[in-house]
Ligand binder design. Structure first.
Ligand code: SF4
Ligand code: SF4
Length: 369
């Protein structure tokens, strides 16, 4: 099982789509809809012994250090890694990666680093100098011999549909093993504007088609670039498998809050309605959550899985907004389906292998942007 562990709610960045937007959204209506528990401490106060006992119920636990910014709590990371037998991953903004001692760095199997594309895009979203600092730290940990996977974790803002250009820019850096992106859509109430978002969807979909074309062209030379949204969907299509919510939140991936509660997803930390248990719970009896309408009656559910439990339940955007988000998902799936005969042909001719589309589920990339 995969567990995000929130080490602190604090962050050393003030990103546009997180800090800046949360400052603008005073009342999104969820206070009336859900029960909140705001008593959890800012920094994790969980007992390591309790965490260890809890995780010992799982044969193969993966802990994903998460925040806020988890690297603000390096001492806690060290303590957990010293005392607990698990696989470790981390989701970080990368600014403090140079501070993690090599012994602990080497214990991480995957690091998701937030970066939005080129220097201009990343710094405009995440603050001046972020891009330079993050790249410097990634180069440094590679020099130190870090062998794990480094995932570029992009956020796509609603005024920036140029996914093709931004992903290609990251590929050309030759620093990341894989790339994932998520649209900043449906997570706040105030930020939906039908006209602007419709224009975004049109331009983004065109750019996705271009990116799929670029991706399959690379395959003709024997290289399957690990773009998580593409790889995972093609994997399901090749195996003819249907999927549940692809991030695993609420059934395969739980979040351990700073006071040791288990909740369905990292951004539902203080929402009592989505508590699934706590560190005293039987791991096999954790409460489960799944997406509801409109996903349950959608023709794309088997492949999509539902984009996001939080946005599906919070319904912060009106139906027209949800419809437009789903237009991006349906376009992505349809375009990937169109590329399937070519991909199968390349597999049959041993240019690439079906194994190139295998990946670890639930460790962080949500898959559906
Ligand atoms: S396309 Fe939209 S409605 Fe359909 S399953 Fe995905 S998220 Fe749900
Ligand atoms: S996709 Fe939604 S439910 Fe899944 S981890 Fe992200 S915010 Fe949570």
């Amino acid at each position: 099982m995969h567990f995000h562990i929130i080490l602190t709610e604090k962050c050393n960045s003030n990103c546009r789509y997180c800090y800046e937007k949360s400052m603008k959204e005073f009342d999104n209506g969820l206070q009336k809809k859900w029960n909140f528990d705001l008593s959890a401490p800012v920094d994790s106060k969980i007992e390591i012994k309790k965490l260890k006992t809890f995780l010992s119920q799982d044969k193969n636990p993966t802990l994903i250090f998460y925040g806020g910014e988890p690297l603000l709590k390096i001492d806690k990371i060290k303590e957990i890694m010293d005392k607990i037998d698990a696989r470790f991953c981390m989701q970080t903004n990368g600014k403090l990666l140079d501070k993690l001692p090599k012994k602990y760095l080497d214990k991480l199997s995957k690091i998701l680093v937030s970066i939005d594309g080129d220097k201009e895009r990343t710094n405009s979203n995440r603050g001046k100098g972020t891009y330079e600092l993050v790249l410097k730290n990634i180069k440094l940990i590679r020099l130190q011999g870090f062998k794990g996977e480094i995932v570029a974790r992009m956020t796509i803002a609603q005024n920036c549909p140029d996914i093709f250009e931004q992903v290609r820019n990251l590929v050309n850096l030759n620093l990341f093993d894989s790339i994932h992106w998520q649209l900043d859509a449906g997570f706040y109430r105030f930020d939906f504007d039908e006209k602007n978002f419709s224009n975004f969807v049109e331009a983004y979909n065109k750019s996705i088609s271009k990116l799929i074309n670029y991706w399959t062209r690379k395959m003709k030379n024997g290289k399957v670039l690990k773009f998580y949204p593409f790889v995972a969907i093609i994997n399901s299509l090749l195996k003819k498998e249907s999927t549940k919510l692809r991030c695993g939140s609420g059934y395969a991936n739980y979040t351990i809050t700073t006071n040791g509660n288990l909740v369905a997803c990292p951004i539902m930390g203080c929402v009592k309605d989505f508590y699934c248990g706590n560190l005293d719970s039987n791991i096999l009896e954790l409460k489960q959550f799944f997406v509801k309408e409109p996903c349950t009656s959608c023709n794309y559910l088997e492949i999509c899985g539902g984009r996001c439990l939080y946005s599906n339940r919070a319904k912060l955007w009106p139906p027209r907004g949800e419809e437009l988000i789903c237009k991006t998902i349906k376009h992505l799936i349809d375009e990937l389906k169109k590329s399937l005969p070519l991909i199968k042909n390349l597999i049959d001719n041993q240019k690439i292998s079906e194994r190139d589309f295998e990946y670890e589920k639930y460790f962080g990339p949500e898959i559906i942007p």
